[in-house]
Ligand binder design. Structure first.
Ligand code: NDP
Length: 340
């Protein structure tokens, strides 16, 4: 079958495209700009005409995906702003929600007879609640929704922390998808799967010439782990949960092929981390990379935010890469790029 992948030049999406091609699908990817296409064509050259790229200049425009959805059997909607620079919350919430609804509307209007499933790349941002006390651990599951971020942004608007604006965008976009499916129970012939990864790390396949071009999550990894930019204390306590980008790609492919996944939201998480864990793993790989803070007793680190990944193991048969594997690949690529 043919799969539409929106935002197919992104960090996560390029891996999704590669996984789909490896698994035998044909892929039609959307990008915003012409200039993104040659790199992708070259990267996926060996798959011949099973990869094509089309331009959707503005995902917020009505009918933006009308042409792109025609004739596809499934959709992976990954395009969504992921940055922490938004002033006006709508700058980030607008495209997240409008893009998600736009894909679903176009699928219903123009591809209802072919599209069987729409996978939405949501996030653990749509699941978690930022704790007021990081001294207490909490495990989240698919039953949890990030109401906190939505309320925070509603109450404080531009003054809300940037990360809450992003979290709200993911919560509102995923919720809009489920509401759409509820409204169209009678007429939509496709179902939806939401995938919810926490921080995504791992090697990159997208078009990156210099560290500044890395996506938001890998830019943090590079800055903190490789360059050792950190304030004292940060290493010990900062963290959350994470997953390797290659596992997220496998999840996107299996979300299409596993019938039982239909109608489900699924957390895609390897496990918790603090920066120390990545720093120590990186230091072992290459001693030029600074180790984690030696003053911290690793046995006393409290992993305060965990996600139950049992549903992903059950429904998608996922097995997760560990911190050593992920870090080794990242460091190798950093070295090969001459950035150490
Ligand atoms: P990237 O920034 O690498 O990719 C984002 C993609 O979305 C790009 O193709 C980008 O296009 C497109 N996009 C961004 N803003 C817009 C917009 N306003 N209109 C149209 N297209 C837009 O991010 P990631 O690969 O990290 O993220 C991909 C998805 O995964 C997102 O939905 C994100 O929320 C989700 N996610 C990411 C996590 C992470 O840690 N990386 C964790 C959990 C979820 P362009 O290149 O033209 O800007």
């Amino acid at each position: 079958g043919k799969v539409l992948v929106s935002g197919c030049n992104g960090y996560l999406a390029v891996w999704v495209v590669k996984q789909l091609l490896e698994d035998g699908y044909a892929v039609r990817g959307t990008v915003r700009r012409d200039s993104a296409i040659p790199y992708l064509k070259n990267l996926f050259q060996s798959y011949g005409d099973r990869f094509e790229a089309v331009i959707v200049p503005d995902i917020t425009k009505e009918g933006a995906f009308d042409e792109a959805v025609k004739g596809v059997d499934a959709i992976e909607h990954t395009a969504s702003p992921f940055h922490l620079r938004a002033d006006d919350p709508q700058e980030i919430i607008g495209p997240a929600v409008a893009g998600t609804l736009g894909v679903l509307r176009s699928a219903l209007a123009l591809a209802n007879d072919t599209v069987r499933r729409v996978v939405i790349t949501s996030s653990c941002s749509a699941v978690l609640t930022e704790p007021s006390d990081r001294g207490v651990a909490r495990t989240f599951s698919e039953a949890d929704w990030n109401e906190f971020a939505v309320d925070d942004v509603a109450a404080h608007g531009r003054d809300a922390p940037a990360v809450q604006k992003y979290h709200a965008s993911k919560t509102l976009a995923e919720r809009a998808a489920w509401e759409f499916m509820q409204e169209h129970k009678g007429d939509a012939k496709f179902d939806v799967v939401a995938l919810n990864p926490p921080y995504v790390y791992g090697p990159w396949l997208n078009d990156v010439d210099k560290p500044e071009q890395l996506g938001t999550s890998m830019a943090m990894f590079y800055d903190v782990v490789v360059k050792g930019n950190r304030s004292p204390g940060v290493l010990a306590s900062e963290g959350q949960s994470w997953v390797d980008v290659r596992d997220v790609a496998v999840a996107h492919s299996r979300a299409l092929s596993r019938e039982e996944a239909g109608g489900e939201r699924i957390i895609i998480s390897s496990g918790p981390w603090v920066w120390d864990d990545f720093s120590n793993a990186a230091h072992k790989t290459d001693p030029r990379i600074p180790a984690g803070s030696s003053s911290v007793d690793p046995n006393k680190v409290l992993y305060y935010m965990l996600f139950d990944n049992s549903k992903s193991r059950r429904l998608l048969g996922l097995e997760y890469r560990d911190i050593e594997d992920c870090t080794r690949e990242c460091v190798a690529q950093v070295k090969a790029s001459g950035w150490l």
